[in-house]
Design a protein around this ligand. Structure first.
Ligand code: SF4
Length: 88
């Protein structure tokens, strides 16, 4: 399991600042969205990012709302297949 940032994100960036494992990465210009990703290999599921988010944009993968379900795979693909592959 891991946390996932959904399109409800408005780029406040507080999550990346608070993450104790530097698991949240901002990727400028990869697409209109997503721009923030969470590395599922290094995330320790502490929940600090979700608690800090002012837009309630971050969820445990199993709790991601149905309309954002694709973003669980999109987030993981960024790390397993490389930047850009997540958008194919
Ligand atoms: Fe970082 Fe914790 Fe959020 Fe994982 S749950 S991305 S470790 S702040």
């Amino acid at each position: 399991m891991t946390y996932v940032i959904t399109p409800a994100c408005e780029l406040a960036g507080l999550c990346a600042d608070i993450c104790p494992t530097d698991s949240i990465h901002y990727v400028e210009g990869s697409s209109d969205w997503p721009i923030y990703y969470i590395n599922p290999e290094t995330c320790i599921d502490c929940g600090a990012c979700a608690a800090e988010c002012p837009n309630e944009a971050i969820y445990m993968d199993e709790d991601v709302p149905a309309e954002y379900a694709d973003y669980v795979e999109i987030n993981e693909a960024f790390y397993t297949k490389g930047p850009g592959a997540e958008l194919v």
